[in-house]
Ligand binder design. Structure first.
Ligand code: GLC
Length: 816
C-alpha cells in the first residue's frame, strides 16, 4: 500500500489516514448522500449544504488558500487548567500527543489526544436523510477525574455562499433555542438566489429551517449561544473563544433576530479517571419546522447515531461492491475499487463541489460524463441523468451550458460540444444495457413544455451541430468546445474545431446503429455518409504532415500547428483522431508518435505544448492563464485519461504504463511536497513544464477525470467493453499489473475476467475461454447474460500474430 510522509492508505485502500496535519494543501473528504453534503479537511475546515453546494449552503466558509480557518469546530476545555483545544487541528492548533484524520468513503474520523483526553470524532451523513451526524467519544487517559467543557461552533450561512456582505445578510436571520431538545433552529427570511423575475429579488424567504442539536450526554451546565460575538468575545479570536475561557459563559445567549447568527452547543461535564463518555451532534435541514423536528427527534439517541454511522458506511460499500479489481498494483486496485467511483458519485454527481470550487450547478456535459460511473454499478442512475439533462435542452437543440437545481436558472452559450454529450452518453448507456426503450422516454424542453422522446432530443442536438459547419466541412467551434479556454477562436462564427469533428465522427456510426434499431434506416445511412465526409475533411485540411491541427480562428489561421508561435500541438486532436478512427493507420501512428515526442513528459501527457506566455485575444482566455497551469499547457487530467485510452487502442502498453505511472495520484503523491494535492482522488490538473512548480496538482475532487479514468481502466486497460453485439474482452495490460482478476456487473450478471498481464503480446489476438468453453473472437454474445448467472472469462494470448485479426488489433482498429 503506498504512503507518503503525511499519511497512508488503510482498510484495503478504502481509507486514507493522515498522520501529519501539515499537508501541503487541505486534503479533504467530500461526503454527500445525494442531497445533504459536507466537505471536511484534515484540519477540520469545511462547510455543509443541502441540494446545492453554492446556492443553499448551511454553514459559512470563505476561500483562503493559506489559512484553513473556516469550518465547523468542536472545542474542548479543561475547567481546572483552563487549557482550550479543539478535536481537530483547527482552530486551536494544539500540539496533540496523537493525531490522525481518516478519510474514507462516506465518513471522516479525527483521533486526537491532548492533555490526557483522547477524542474520536466521526463526521458522516445519514444515507437517506438530510442529517449530518457527529459521533464523539472522549476518554480520560489520566488517573484523576477531569472536569471538561465541550462546545461546537459554526456560523450560519443559510443561502448563497459566500455571504461576503455579512452586515447585510445578518438582518434576515432568526435563531431559536429549544432547551427541551437541546437544539438551535435557524431560519432566514431572505434568499439571495438569481431570480427570473427581478421584482422578486431579495424578496423571498429561504424556504428551509436548519437545526443543530447535541445529545447523548447530560451536562452540569449547558452552553447554548447563537451569536458570534457572544461566543468569541469582542475582537475575539477563534483559537480561544471567550465563551470557552469564561468560567460561566453567557448561556443561553444571542437568540432571536438581532445577532450575527452562529451556533454553539455543549456544556460542562466530568469524566472519571480512565473513563469514557459519548455524545453526538446533529445538523439537519428541511422545508418545515415539523420536518426538521422529526429528523432531530429520530436521530437523537446513541443507538440511532450508531445505526446511521453503520448504515452510511454500508451504503457506500454496497454501492461500490459490484466492481472488484485485483492486480499486483495497489494503486490501480484502490482507485478503481473505491476512490474513483466515490469521487465521481459523491464529489461530482451529488455534491458538485471540491474544496476551492463550489459549483452546485449541473454542467450539461460534465455530469453526463460523470454519470458513466454508474454504468457498471447501477445503470438506472445513468438513465435518470440522461433524462434529466435532456429536459435542459432548448427546442433548437442548444442547451444550458450549466444550470442550477433549485432555481432552474442557467447559462445558455454558443459552446459547440456540450449538447452532443447527450447522444454520446446515450450510446454508452445503450451499449451497456440494451435498454432501447429509453429512446421513447419523454422529456420537455426548457422553452417548450410539450415533451419529446429522447431520440428526438438527440436528433435535435445533432441537427444543431450539422447546421454549424464551415464551407470546407469542419464544424464551427463557437464560443468554445470541450476546451472552455478556446473562447475566442470562433466568436464571429467562422473558427472551426478539429477536435469537435473527431468527437462527432466518433459517434455518428454508433448513432446510425441506434437509428437503424429505431427503424430509421434512411437517416442511419445519412449519418454514416456524414461521418465519412467529416473524416475526409479532417484528413484533408487538419493534417499538417506530422500531427492534427486543433482549430482555426475566425480569420482562418490555425491553432495548434508547427508555425503557431505557442500552443503548437494539442493533445485532444491527436487522441481523438485515434479514438474516433478518423486517422488512417499511418497517421494514427504518426500522431501518436508526436504525442510522445512533444507532449508526454514525466508528469503525464500535456494538454498542449508549448504553453502560451503571451495572451492572444483571437484564441481565448486559455492564453491568459499562468503558463503551465490548468488548460494552458499543464496535464489536464480529464484529457489525460483519453491519452491512456488512446495508448490502449494503439496497443502501446509501455506508453500506457508510462502514462499511468505519471498520473496515478497514489504514486505521484509519494512525493507529497512536490505533488501537493490529495493522493487518493484525481486532480483537475497538474502543472506543466513552464510552471515554477511543475508536477504540482490542484483542483482535486471536482474533475471529470474520475469517472473517465474508471471507465478507461475497466474498458480499455482491462478491456471489458460493452458493445452493440455483446461484451468485448480485449485487455491492453502492462506487465506490472501481474495476475489480474476483475469482476464487473454486465446486464445483471457478475462477469469475472482473469488473465496474466505478463503474457500479453501486442500483435497477438486474445483467446477467450468463457464458462469453460473457448469462443471465436473477443465478443461474449449478449445472450450469454442470463438471469444474474455469473460469467467467468479466462484470457490468454497465443502465438497467433500474423492473422488478419491480430493485424487489426495491432492497428488499434477494433474500438467499436
Ligand atoms: C472544465 C469544465 C469542462 C471542460 C474543461 C476543459 O473542467 O467543467 O466542461 O470541458 O474544463 O476546458
Amino acid at each position: 500500500m503506498t504512503s507518503n510522509p503525511f499519511g497512508h492508505f488503510d482498510a484495503g485502500g478504502r481509507a486514507f489516514v493522515i498522520t501529519d496535519p501539515g499537508t501541503p494543501s487541505p486534503w479533504v473528504n467530500v461526503i454527500c448522500n445525494g442531497r445533504y453534503g459536507l466537505v471536511v479537511s484534515q484540519n477540520g475546515g469545511g462547510f455543509s449544504w443541502l441540494d446545492n453546494s453554492q446556492l443553499n449552503v448551511l454553514t459559512r466558509w470563505e476561500m483562503d488558500l493559506v489559512r484553513d480557518r473556516w469550518g465547523k469546530f468542536l472545542y474542548l476545555r479543561d475547567l481546572e487548567t483552563e487549557d482550550v483545544w479543539s478535536a481537530s487541528p483547527m482552530p486551536c492548533r494544539a500540539r496533540f500527543d496523537r493525531y490522525s484524520c481518516t478519510h474514507t468513503t462516506g465518513a471522516t474520523t479525527f483521533r486526537t489526544e491532548y492533555a490526557g483526553i483522547s477524542a474520536t470524532w466521526t463526521l458522516t451523513v445519514a444515507p437517506d436523510d438530510p442529517v449530518e451526524i457527529w459521533r464523539v467519544e472522549l476518554t480520560n487517559t489520566t488517573a484523576r477525574e477531569r472536569r471538561l467543557r465541550i462546545a461546537s461552533f459554526f456560523e450560519w450561512c443559510c443561502g448563497v455562499a459566500p455571504d461576503a456582505k455579512r452586515e447585510f445578510h445578518r438582518l434576515f436571520f432568526t435563531t431559536r433555542y429549544d432547551a427541551a431538545r437541546r437544539a438551535v433552529f435557524a431560519s432566514k427570511n431572505m434568499w439571495d438566489v438569481p431570480a427570473r423575475d427581478e421584482k422578486d429579488h431579495w424578496n423571498r424567504p429561504w424556504p428551509y429551517v436548519a437545526a443543530h442539536a447535541v445529545g447523548g450526554l447530560a451536562f452540569e451546565r449547558d452552553v447554548a449561544i447563537s451569536d458570534k460575538s457572544a461566543f468569541l468575545g469582542r475582537y475575539g479570536e477563534q483559537d480561544c473563544p471567550e465563551a470557552m475561557a469564561a468560567d460561566r459563559p453567557p448561556s443561553p445567549a444571542g437568540f432571536g433576530r438581532f445577532n450575527d447568527a452562529s451556533v454553539s452547543l455543549g456544556g460542562d461535564f466530568r469524566i472519571a479517571a480512565g473513563g469514557t463518555v459519548r455524545l453526538h451532534y446533529l445538523t439537519a435541514c428541511a422545508e418545515t419546522d415539523a420536518a426538521v423536528h422529526e429528523l432531530i427527534d429520530r436521530y437523537n439517541t446513541a443507538s440511532a447515531v450508531d445505526a446511521a454511522v453503520g448504515a452510511a458506511d454500508a451504503a457506500w460499500a454496497n454501492r461500490l461492491a459490484p466492481t472488484s479489481v485485483r492486480t499486483e498494483m495497489p494503486d490501480l486496485d484502490l482507485l478503481n475499487n473505491h476512490w474513483l467511483p466515490y469521487q465521481a458519485i459523491s464529489g461530482r454527481l451529488w455534491a458538485r463541489t471540491g474544496y476551492y470550487q463550489q459549483s452546485g450547478a449541473f454542467g450539461f456535459r460534465d455530469q453526463l460524463q460523470d454519470s458513466q460511473v454508474w454504468l457498471p454499478l447501477e445503470p438506472a442512475r445513468c438513465r435518470a441523468q440522461i433524462l434529466q439533462h435532456s429536459a435542459h435542452q432548448f427546442a433548437d437543440g442548444s442547451v444550458y451550458h450549466w444550470w442550477h437545481p433549485l432555481t432552474e436558472t442557467g447559462l445558455r452559450t454558443m459552446c459547440s460540444d456540450d449538447y452532443l454529450w447527450l447522444p454520446f452518453i446515450t450510446i454508452s448507456y445503450l451499449k451497456e444495457t440494451g435498454d432501447f426503450q429509453i429512446l421513447d422516454e419523454q422529456a420537455p424542453f426548457v422553452d417548450v413544455k410539450a415533451p419529446a422522446p429522447l431520440l428526438e432530443h438527440c436528433l435535435r442536438a445533432f441537427a444543431r451541430c450539422f447546421q454549424r459547419f464551415s464551407p470546407r466541412g469542419l464544424p464551427l467551434i463557437g464560443s468554445c468546445d470541450w476546451n472552455d479556454g478556446l473562447s475566442a477562436c470562433g466568436i464571429e462564427g467562422r473558427g472551426e474545431s478539429v477536435w469537435l469533428a473527431q468527437f462527432l465522427a466518433a459517434m455518428l456510426d454508433d448513432f446510425a446503429v441506434v437509428l437503424e434499431r429505431a427503424g430509421r434506416a434512411v437517416l442511419a445511412r445519412e449519418f454514416r455518409e456524414r461521418r465519412e465526409r467529416i473524416a475526409r475533411a479532417v484528413n484533408e485540411h487538419a493534417w499538417n504532415g506530422s500531427w492534427y491541427r486543433r482549430a482555426t480562428r475566425d480569420d482562418g489561421r490555425w491553432v495548434g500547428d508547427v508555425d503557431s508561435s505557442e500552443g503548437k500541438i494539442y493533445l485532444n486532436a491527436q487522441t481523438w483522431a485515434i479514438l474516433s478512427g478518423v486517422a488512417p493507420a499511418d497517421r494514427a501512428a504518426a500522431a501518436w508518435q508526436a504525442v510522445q515526442e512533444h507532449l508526454l513528459g514525466d508528469m503525464g501527457p500535456l494538454l498542449l505544448a508549448p504553453a502560451y506566455t503571451v495572451p492572444d485575444r483571437d484564441v481565448g482566455y486559455i492564453t491568459r492563464y499562468t503558463p503551465g497551469l490548468r488548460e494552458n499547457g499543464g496535464v489536464y487530467m480529464h484529457a489525460a485519461t483519453w491519452a491512456l485510452m488512446a495508448a490502449c487502442m494503439m496497443r502501446d502498453t509501455s506508453t500506457a504504463e508510462r502514462i499511468w505511472r505519471a498520473i496515478s495520484p497514489p504514486l505521484r503523491g509519494e512525493d507529497a511536497e512536490a505533488y501537493v494535492a490529495e493522493p487518493y482522488v484525481t486532480p483537475g490538473n497538474v502543472d506543466g513544464p513552464l510552471s515554477q512548480t511543475p508536477g504540482k496538482a490542484g483542483w482535486t475532487w471536482y474533475t471529470g477525470s474520475a469517472a473517465w479514468l474508471n471507465r478507461v481502466c475497466l474498458q480499455h486497460l482491462f478491456g471489458i467493453r460493452p458493445t452493440w453485439d455483446g461484451l468485448v474482452v480485449e485487455p491492453a495490460p502492462f506487465p506490472s499489473m501481474g495476475r489480474v482478476d476483475v469482476t464487473r456487473t454486465w446486464r445483471g450478471c457478475p462477469v469475472r475476467v482473469r488473465f496474466d498481464a505478463r503474457e500479453f503480446k501486442a500483435g497477438a489476438a486474445a483467446r477467450l475461454v468463457v464458462n469453460g468453453k473457448t469462443i471465436d473472437g473477443h465478443t461474449v454474445p449478449a445472450e450469454t447474460a442470463r438471469a444474474g448467472m455469473p460469467i467467468s472469462i479466462e484470457v490468454s494470448w497465443g502465438n497467433n500474430a500474423g492473422t488478419a485479426e491480430a493485424a487489426a488489433v495491432a492497428a488499434g482498429r477494433t474500438y467499436r
